[in-house]
Structures are given as structure tokens and as C-alpha cells.
Design a protein around this ligand. Structure first.
Ligand code: TPP
Ligand code: MG
Length: 348
């Protein structure tokens, strides 16, 4: 059996989508192209990391439908507090790919000037807040932002992303608790890729579905197929509509498969079952949406090949630009850190 035969297809009826999801054709084609770009970026960056040209990389292969589906459901007023694998959201919202690649290479044109770990970008232009690597902290930070939106009567909602492992961290419980008490405009998005590095989700929690944890804090929680771009887009769009109308916070659990090592510092062959990748490939979000688009005629094979070439070119050109950019001046170490440099500091 070829991997294509094993693929679990998306089985939506286009006339039903016309009725329930206005604009879905354009959204899906755009989303598919972004997913191709993310995959090209992962391939290239993992290769560059192995060559010692990038320090660290946390791939999102297998998780692209969540980032793209969510990003396409946002408005410019919304804020994103990402986990390790949601950089694509910043790109879909308009953060330039070259700026993100400058961040990965820690050049002087990285908005954080090389002070953040690679894959932890900050994209102020699109309300995408840099994450701390400490698991779960973006949850309470997102809750703080949602609280600010509420007390200042500002429009918009917050999306806070975190993995399955983070649902066992203190910040998850503190964050959902306060959001529930204060009825804050926040959507908690759990990307359940079934692994916290080498710890499988069933050895981490006694609940059947992580979405059930939301009930403890008075929030609706729902499990969604995180490998289905249409399902993600629809669920995030609908949840945000409820949240914006003042209905209070919610949690979505996106079930998906991590299709790469945890990061460039990991070797999953030491702990994953031999059939893991075969099971994951059957639900690979990219071929799933691609096959649907080809079958419905929304994308032709020529357009698919053209997209694939274009995104490769975009990634290549961003890498070329970043590799020729200067490193940050060591004297800039304290810039933006202190109002006035302390005695003895560089660049006084
Ligand atoms: C408080 C804390 N404990 C441990 C770690 C080490 N660590 C980094 S990633 C990770 C697993 C995270 O798993 P999950 O939340 O499922 O996210 P995923 O990486 O699978 O997307 C761990 C334990 C950390 N960064 N912070
Ligand atoms: Mg995980």
C-alpha cells in the first residue's frame, strides 16, 4: 500500500461549505500555500541546523493546519501568545518571512537582535508575542493580556497556544482558573501532538481528552481534528465569535501528530514506536488538504507545482539575505535593556 492509499481524506461537501463557511475556497487555497511554505521552511532549517548554520530549530511539520487555520480566523485586533511551533501565524498575519529568518540566524536585523533563542521570534507588527521557553508561561501572559483588553474596553481577543505537556504545568491551571473567574476574552489552544519530548500523552495525564480539563475551570472545552484545515478554521472562527460577544473563555484541543523530532536536539527513534510515522502520515495535514483541493478542482496539479516552486524560492531568498546580514554589534548588548547603561557595561 502506498502512503497515498493510507491517507485519511477530507470528506466535505462543497455545497454544504458554500452555505456554512463563506469564502472557504479562497481561504483554503491561501491556507494550503502557507502550509507548503511552512514545510519548505522546516526542511531547510533542519538541514541548516545540521550544518551548524542555525543554532536551534523547533519544527512544526504535522501541525501546520492549526497555525494556518487559526491565523486565517483572526482579525488584526487579536493577540497571539504562541508556543514553540506557531511562527507560521505571524507570517500569515503579515510578518515578513525574511525578518523571521533574520531571527533564526540571529542577525542584526532580527527584531530581538539575537537575544532570543531561535524559533522564539517577536513580531510586534502583528501582535505576536515572543514566548519564554519555560513551558506554559505564555498561558498566564495571555491571560494578563486578555485582562488588559477587558478592563481597557479594547476590541480583540487573545489566542494562547501550548502543547499537551503544558497542560500539566502550573501556568495552565492558574491561567484557565483566572480566565474562568474573570470571563476573559481568550481562546486556549492546546496542540496535542501526543508527545512532550519523549513523554507520550497517555503517561502524562489520566484524562481521556485534554479538552476535559477545561471543565474544571468552568470553560467549554472541545477536541478538534488538528490535521484538518477546514475544521480548525471553522472551530476557531466560531469560538472567537462567541468570545468577542462576551461569552467568556474557551479551550480547543487540536489532536495531531508530531511528524519530526521534538527539536533539532532530539532523536525520537530512541522512544517512538516503529509505526508512529506511518500512523502520522495517514493524517498529514498537507496532503489531506491538497487532495481535497485537487479533487474539487480548486487547485490544479500545475498550480500545486508552481506553489511548491514559489515557496522554495521564497525560503531560499530569505536565507541568502539573512546569511549575508551582519551579526549584532556586541556593544548593542544593553540597548533596549536599561534606560541608562550601568557602570562598566559595554557600549556606555
Ligand atoms: C517548566 C519547564 N519544564 C521543562 C522544560 C523542558 N521542555 C522543553 S519542551 C518540553 C515538552 C513540551 O511538550 P508540549 O507541551 O507537549 O509541547 P510540544 O513541544 O510537544 O509542542 C519540555 C519538558 C521546559 N522548557 N520548561
Ligand atoms: Mg506535545
Amino acid at each position: 500500500m502506498s502512503p497515498d492509499d493510507a491517507l485519511v481524506p477530507l470528506t466535505y461537501d462543497p455545497t454544504e461549505l458554500d452555505r456554512t463557511l463563506p469564502g472557504w475556497r479562497r481561504t483554503l487555497v491561501d491556507g494550503y500555500r502557507w502550509m507548503l511554505l511552512a514545510r519548505a521552511l522546516d526542511r531547510r532549517m533542519l538541514g541548516l541546523q545540521r550544518q551548524g548554520r542555525v543554532g536551534f530549530y523547533g519544527p512544526a511539520t504535522g501541525q501546520e493546519a492549526v497555525s494556518v487555520g487559526a491565523a486565517l480566523a483572526l482579525t488584526p485586533d487579536d493577540w497571539v501568545f504562541p508556543g514553540l511551533r506557531e511562527q507560521l501565524i505571524a507570517l500569515v498575519r503579515g510578518h515578513p518571512l525574511t525578518t523571521y529568518v533574520h531571527h533564526l540566524f540571529a542577525t542584526d536585523l532580527d527584531p530581538a537582535r539575537g537575544r532570543q533563542m531561535p524559533c522564539h521570534p517577536t513580531a510586534r507588527d502583528v501582535r505576536y508575542v515572543s514566548m519564554s521557553s519555560v513551558i506554559g508561561t505564555q498561558i498566564t501572559q495571555g491571560v494578563g493580556c486578555a485582562y488588559a483588553l477587558k478592563v481597557k474596553h479594547q476590541p480583540g481577543a487573545v489566542l494562547a497556544f501550548f502543547g499537551d505537556g503544558a497542560t500539566s504545568a502550573n501556568d495552565f491551571h492558574a491561567g484557565l482558573n483566572l480566565a474562568g473567574v474573570w470571563r476573559l476574552p481568550i481562546l486556549f489552544c492546546c496542540t496535542n501532538n501526543q508527545w512532550a519530548i519523549s513523554q507520550p500523552v497517555e503517561r502524562q495525564t489520566g484524562v481521556r481528552e485534554l479538552a476535559q480539563k477545561a471543565a474544571a475551570y468552568g470553560l467549554p472545552g472541545r477536541r478538534v481534528d488538528g490535521t484538518d484545515l477546514i475544521a480548525v478554521y471553522r472551530e476557531v472562527r466560531d469560538a472567537l465569535a462567541r468570545i468577542r460577544s462576551g461569552a467568556g473563555p474557551e479551550m480547543l484541543e487540536f489532536l495531531l501528530y508530531r511528524m519530526t523530532p521534538h527539536s533539532s536536539s532530539d532523536d525520537p527513534t530512541r522512544y517512538q514506536a516503529a509505526d508512529w510515522m506511518a500512523r502520522a502520515s495517514a493524517r498529514d495535514p498537507v496532503p489531506r488538504v491538497e487532495r481535497f483541493l485537487l479533487t474539487t478542482g480548486l487547485v490544479t496539479e500545475e498550480a500545486r507545482d508552481r506553489f511548491a516552486e514559489e515557496v522554495e524560492r521564497e525560503v531560499r531568498s530569505a536565507v541568502t539575505e539573512a546569511e549575508s546580514a551582519p551579526a549584532p554589534d556586541p556593544a548593542s548588548l544593553f540597548s533596549d535593556v536599561f534606560a541608562s547603561a550601568s557602570p562598566g557595561s559595554i557600549g556606555r
